[in-house]
Design a protein around this ligand. Structure first.
Ligand code: NAP
Length: 209
């Protein structure tokens, strides 16, 4: 069981890849350039170079499931939000289905289902995540959608909450998201489920069962 990691060179992507490698969970990191490969080679993680804005079907070779943790980032314009967060995610679902992958694990966002409730600047991004999630749910691909809150760079507590009431706050560390993602990747029997992900007090096994 090998997992293609789209967005592997990102902040969550790298932490996830390192955890997966340490856990002996087979992954292939999709990155955008040869320079980025050095960090992965140093950790003996296999890579493939591809871009969501171009052809990336070749990246799926030998992979059984796919993680999407790519994103255009807070400084990109709506054009990149459309092409990466929306259309990149949609094309990932199409290729995954065409290649009969077993699952698509998506890093979405808390409240992606209500874009108009986001601050105005964030609404196009939230609308892209809303539509990408909807497409995935209806694609016929077995899916897991993780909806993290606002990211922090705190160390991993490995303790989680799955509602705002439970957490008392809207944040989650990227390190915790990487741990949750590893758990979800390893729990291959979990399909067609969505989880809000916040820092809290419970183990990930209590949330993603
Ligand atoms: N910020 C938040 O509070 C928040 C909350 C919930 C969810 N999220 C979501 O979580 C995602 C991951 O977060 P993060 O902090 O790890 O983000 P990040 O560090 O910005 O990583 C995003 C990754 O996406 C890759 N990427 C961008 N365009 C691409 C393309 N055309 N083809 C292939 N890969 C591409 C980037 O590649 P390069 O390394 O080559 O640039 C980067 O590695 C975010 O993008 C966002 O959608 C964010």
């Amino acid at each position: 069981m090998t997992t293609l990691v789209i967005g592997a060179n990102g902040q969550i992507g790298r932490q996830f890849c390192e955890l997966a490698q340490q856990a002996g969970t087979s992954i292939k990191a999709m990155i955008r350039s040869e320079e980025q490969a050095t960090w992965f080679k140093e950790r003996d993680i296999s890579t493939v170079i591809a871009d969501l804005e171009g052809e990336f079907e070749h990246a799926f070779k030998g992979c059984d499931q796919v993680v999407f943790t790519a994103g255009s980032g807070p400084h990109a314009g709506p054009d990149k939000t459309l092409m990466i967060d929306l259309y990149g995610a949609i094309r990932t679902a199409d290729i995954a289905k065409q290649k009969s992958l077993s699952r698509y694990l998506m890093i979405s966002a808390m409240r992606a289902e209500k874009p108009l409730e986001a601050p105005e600047k964030m609404r196009p991004y939230m609308a892209a995540k809303f539509a990408a999630d909807a497409y995935l749910r209806n694609s016929g691909m077995p899916y897991v959608i993780l909806k993290p809150g606002r990211f922090t760079d705190e160390a991993a507590s490995q303790k989680f909450a799955s509602s705002l009431e439970e957490a008392g706050d809207n944040q989650v560390s990227r390190a915790n998201v990487a741990h949750a993602l590893l758990h979800a990747v390893q729990k291959t029997d979990v399909v067609n489920q969505e989880y809000l992900l916040l820092d809290g007090k419970r183990s990930i096994g209590e949330i993603i069962g």
